[in-house]
Design a protein. Structure first.
Length: 317
């Protein structure tokens, strides 16, 4: 089979996507696959990026597209819909699950209906913040964009005076923002591969708040795989991650981010439908603990995506 690896694109996470994409392309080439990396420029419009992808797929005739994209365009259902329309098999969730995963407000509502534990939260207008929404809330509060990943635009409001600046920082990426209670506890992630819950990873930043800097500065955060937790507690975290994966309708892979409260209750923050895929990213770390190398993990995902090929009409040549 021929594999096209898509990376880059018009997203705030462009640079991170390039790291994921080059890692995936190299890994698949090492496993003997015919790989074509396709780098999408950052300065494209969404429409231009869609057209670029269509041309690349129609010219390259891939059997499977590996989406090593992050953020808007890559995770919000846009590129997934392009792949569906061609049609061509691709790694990752479909358009609807991708859109839900990217939209923190919509996904929170789905999680709540499914009975999954989430923080106390509300949606707010960043440009006309109504402080009455937060009357009686306990500070600090977390303020984040409703549709960004990688902790982009996320900040901590320690007092009511901090809220306008925090809302403005998040509001750079969209008028609607999410405000939620800050939960003291241990940062953990629960990955899913296929329908298998991966080992829990604990995140220990060297600073008090796990923001973009802590996430991407080398040496700023320690990652423990598997998390040093009692088996029962780790199982609860895995169960929440797997249920979140299922209720959003995800496929192939996902990674849920949670806070483990001191009382042992895991609280779900969000789900990533296309988590980071550098050789040192968290989902590959969790898979490695099960004996699945980075190269094997990339290959497994390609094979998962290829399974429905027989039921698809071929891409026009």
């Amino acid at each position: 089979m021929k594999i096209t690896v898509l990376m880059g694109g018009p997203s705030e996470e462009h640079a991170i996507s390039l790291k994921s994409g080059h890692g995936v392309a190299d890994a698949l080439a090492q496993r003997g696959w015919a790989v074509e990396p396709v780098v999408l420029p950052r300065d494209m419009t969404i429409e231009e990026a869609c057209a670029h992808v269509r041309r690349a797929i129609l010219a390259g005739h891939p059997d499977v597209v590996f989406l090593a994209l992050h953020g808007q365009f890559g995770e919000d259902g846009t590129i997934q819909q392009v792949c569906e329309e061609l049609p061509v098999a691709y790694v990752g969730s479909g358009p609807e699950a991708s859109l839900l995963g990217m939209d923190k407000i919509a996904s929170r509502k789905v999680f709540e209906r499914a009975g999954l534990p989430v923080p106390k939260w509300c949606a707010a207008d960043a440009q006309s913040l109504d402080l009455q929404l937060l009357k009686g809330w306990t500070y600090p509060l977390v303020v984040k964009p409703s549709d960004q990943g990688s902790s982009i635009g996320v900040s901590l409001a320690r007092t009511p005076r901090d809220l306008p600046a925090a809302a403005a920082a998040a509001g750079q990426f969209g008028r609607e923002v999410v405000i939620e209670e800050f939960i003291e506890g241990r940062e953990v992630t629960a990955g899913v591969l296929g329908e298998t819950a991966l080992p829990v990873v604990e995140i220990r930043p060297h600073q008090a708040f796990f923001d973009f800097t802590a996430k991407y500065t080398v040496g700023a955060t320690d990652y423990l795989v598997p998390a040093p937790l009692p088996e029962e507690v780790a199982g609860r975290i895995q169960a929440v991650g797997l249920k979140a994966h299922r209720v959003l309708g995800c496929r192939h892979l996902s990674r849920s981010d949670l806070i483990l409260r001191p009382d042992g209750v895991p609280v779900l923050l969000e789900l990533n439908t296309l988590p980071g895929f550098t050789p040192t990213s968290l989902l590959p770390k969790a898979a490695a603990h099960l004996g699945i190398s980075y190269e094997e993990l990339c290959e497994q995902l390609v094979l998962m995506a290829a399974q429905p090929l027989a039921r698809r009409a071929p891409v026009e040549r």
